[in-house]
Each structure stands twice: as structure tokens, then as C-alpha cells.
Design a protein around this ligand. Structure first.
Ligand code: ZN
Length: 413
């Protein structure tokens, strides 16, 4: 608990300092307990961040992921009274608004709900004043977390007029969750840029809504065979480069998510998913006999490593290692370490060579359950310039298919 209190105090002081330059809004997940890191709450924080930045165009933005979960701090030029009013609208009217706290500071003070003419916050389970439920511990942490999860799943479960699931929001939550991992093992996270020098968390963040939108539109696009799916993927790559200013943040993820979205849309069931993926991806086999013009195919020629194509042909067995959607940092860490040991990560091989990759696998095995070794491995990846992007894609892909499945089951109830 002390950690959380110190962290809050430090953040509060920084907010007050920053508030000398304008109006500061902090977007924080509203989660019970001392450890507020929770995949669904981080997503709520991300959604509200998108709404606020589109509305206000902040002059400065900070993102952090710690005991308080995914926290955004924005510096705005508008008057604090205006900002507080707008934030109250989001808190009250947005489907995920009550899962976040939007704290507003400016002109040397913090603005309360009462300042904006609103009554004290109500509990999201029983509607009594939140402070009453919190003091009396009326609801268990598990019940509150279950409520957060259900609220977010209902939001992810976006349908078109014919009732077809639009997969974009599930994809955005999945892509975000991978960035919110405690350790990136060379990949970009909220904490740092890993082994990369040309991109950071915000580079990735800029592309997430674009990717979500394309996956939603894919549901109504004319995709009858694998070559039209690939053509659609190439258009998505162009949109990615446009959103990121020419930086490749998600090339592998685009291929993976597109295939998963298409296959799941066809079969609407997790048990049927591998067979449907194998059917759709069958034409990929031809890549191995054609010209080896990509990094992935060169590795096949050199070492017989089949990479993401080989996984697609087998129906992505790695996505089924986790039996449920990973929800906490521990679950993400366990899954990441397991994937590092078991999967061919062509990103890691590309940057570290075969020797580097094999060392990585050994280190990942030894690091299991040992915080010091985990940190060491994370540092080692950065020092070697190795990025485990293939693994990150599979972690996100796991979240994606479980989120799609949860939406489908909610719909069929
Ligand atoms: Zn209550």
C-alpha cells in the first residue's frame, strides 16, 4: 500500500507543478485495491485518452503504467472550468466513463465534481455514494473487477445492423495490452522503447485506432480468397505508415489480426478457429517455394525456420497456450516467457542471429519465477538490440481471440 501512496503523492505534486503552465487532466483507471493494473481498466483509460485528445489537442502528453494502471497526464490550454465540465460529461455519459477518474487541476487548485455542479460520485455497482461503499467495503474487490470486466466486454461487443461482430475494439485492446506489459524484452512498452530508437509508445498508439477501424471495415469488404485478404493487408500497411509517419509498428500484427478477424468472423467459435485459419491460410504454403524477398522467408531458406507463415499453416497453436484472456501483469509475464521459449520469433532471430535467439530461449527458461533474472533478460535484450516482436504479436493475438470469443458468448446468451 505504501508504494501506491508514495506514487500518488509524487504524481499529485508533479500535476500541481505542471498545472502552473495550464490545465492538467489525469486519466486514471478506477479500480479497487493497491494494485490497479488490469487489462480491461487500461483499455478504458486508453479509450478516454482517445476521446480527450481528439477534443482538446493537448500541448503535452505523458503516459505511465504503474500500480495505478495506465495513467495519462495531459496539459491543455483551455480553462480548467471548461475542461472539468467536459470531463464530467465523459464520466457520466461515456459507457466506460465511470471506469476512469478524470482529475482536473489548474490555477493552483484541484477541481471537484461539486465545482462543476455534480453530486458526489456513485458506486458503479449499487449506485449509493461511492465513498459509502468504499468505506464500508460493501463490495469485494473481485465483484468490482468482475463489473469492470463485464462493462468493458459489453463495449467491445460492437455489432453492425445485421448483428455481425465488428472486431476493431477487441483488436485495439489486444494491441494495447501488449504495450502495457511490465517487460517488453526489447519491444516498445509504455515504460520505454526497448531496443528501438525510432519509435515509442505514442508511435504505436497513433496507429491503434486506425488498425481498429480497418478491421471493422474488413467485415464488409469483399474478401473472397487469400489474395484479396493480402491485398487488404497491404492497404492496412499503407495506412499504418501514414499514421506513424513512415514507421513500421505493426506489420506482423496486421497479417496476424487480419487473418484472425476473418477466420473468427467465419466460424464464430474458438474451438473451430484453428481449422478455419488453416483453410484460409493454405495458400501461404506457396510463399516457401517462391522468391525469398522478405526477412521471414530468408530465414526459411537459411535455417528452415517457417516463422509466422508456418504458424498460420498450423492454425496458430501458440495462441492456444493460454486457456483464458491474460488479465494481470503476472499472467502476461508468464505467457510471454513461455512463448519466448517455445516459439520461433523471427524478429528476434533477424536482429540477434540464431545464436542470439537460442541464448534468449535459454535465458527465458531460467528466468521463470525469478524477478531478478527477468529484469536481467529484459536488459540483455536491449543491450543486444534484440526485439521480440513476434512474441509480442502472439501475446496480443491471444488477447484478441479471447476477447472475440467473450463477445460472441455474450451475444449468444
Ligand atoms: Zn455500492
Amino acid at each position: 500500500m505504501t508504494d501506491l501512496l508514495i506514487l500518488r503523492e509524487r504524481r499529485f505534486l508533479r500535476e500541481q507543478k505542471l498545472a502552473q503552465e495550464g490545465t492538467v487532466v489525469t486519466i486514471k483507471p478506477n479500480v479497487p485495491g493497491a494494485d490497479k493494473r488490469f487489462v480491461y481498466s487500461d483499455y478504458a483509460s486508453y479509450v478516454l485518452f482517445g476521446e480527450l485528445t481528439a477534443h482538446f489537442a493537448p500541448v503535452q502528453t505523458i503516459a505511465e503504467h504503474d500500480w495505478e494502471g495506465l495513467v495519462f497526464t495531459l496539459l491543455l490550454q483551455e480553462a480548467p472550468e471548461t475542461v472539468k465540465q467536459a470531463c464530467m460529461q465523459w464520466e457520466e455519459a461515456h459507457p466506460l466513463g465511470r471506469l476512469t477518474d478524470l482529475d482536473v487541476s489548474g490555477k493552483g487548485r484541484v477541481y471537484s465534481r461539486q465545482d462543476a455542479g455534480y453530486p458526489p460520485r456513485r458506486c458503479y455497482i449499487c449506485q449509493k455514494p461511492a465513498v459509502v461503499c468504499s468505506r464500508s467495503e460493501a463490495h469485494s474487490a473481485a465483484a468490482l473487477r468482475a463489473h469492470i470486466k463485464q462493462t468493458v466486454l459489453a463495449y467491445l461487443n460492437k455489432r453492425d445492423e445485421t448483428g455481425r461482430l465488428l472486431p476493431g475494439r477487441c483488436a485495439e485492446m489486444a494491441l494495447l495490452s501488449e504495450l502495457c506489459r511490465e517487460y517488453g524484452f526489447g519491444c516498445v512498452t509504455v515504460h520505454d522503447s526497448g531496443s528501438h530508437t525510432d519509435m515509442d509508445f505514442f508511435t504505436f498508439l497513433r496507429h491503434l485506432p486506425v488498425m481498429g477501424q480497418h478491421l471493422d471495415e474488413m467485415v464488409h469488404a469483399d474478401i473472397s480468397d487469400f489474395s484479396s485478404l493480402r491485398a487488404y493487408g497491404r492497404r492496412m500497411e499503407q495506412a499504418m505508415l501514414q499514421a506513424t509517419g513512415g514507421i513500421n509498428t505493426h506489420k506482423g500484427a496486421i497479417f496476424l489480426y487480419l487473418l484472425l478477424a476473418k477466420a473468427f468472423g467465419d466460424c464464430r467459435s474458438l474451438p473451430l478457429l484453428p481449422a478455419r485459419i488453416r483453410q484460409i491460410a493454405a495458400p501461404v504454403q506457396a510463399d516457401f517455394s517462391g522468391s525469398k524477398d522478405t526477412a521471414g522467408l530468408l530465414l526459411y531458406e537459411k535455417y528452415g525456420i517457417t516463422g509466422i507463415r508456418g504458424q498460420a499453416l498450423r492454425g496458430f497453436p501458440a495462441l492456444f497456450i493460454a486457456r483464458a484472456l491474460p488479465e494481470t501483469p503476472d499472467a502476461f509475464l508468464r505467457l510471454t516467457l513461455q512463448l519466448l521459449q517455445e516459439m520461433e520469433d523471427t524478429n528476434a532471430i533477424h536482429r540477434g542471429g540464431m545464436t542470439g535467439w537460442q541464448t534468449l530461449q535459454r535465458k527465458a527458461k531460467k528466468a521463470e519465477g525469478n524477478e531478478d533474472r527477468i529484469r536481467e533478460l529484459d536488459d540483455w535484450c536491449k543491450k543486444q538490440g534484440i526485439s521480440t516482436g513476434g512474441t509480442a504479436d502472439l501475446v496480443g493475438g491471444t488477447v484478441f481471440i479471447h476477447a472475440l470469443d467473450a463477445c460472441e458468448r455474450m451475444w449468444n446468451k
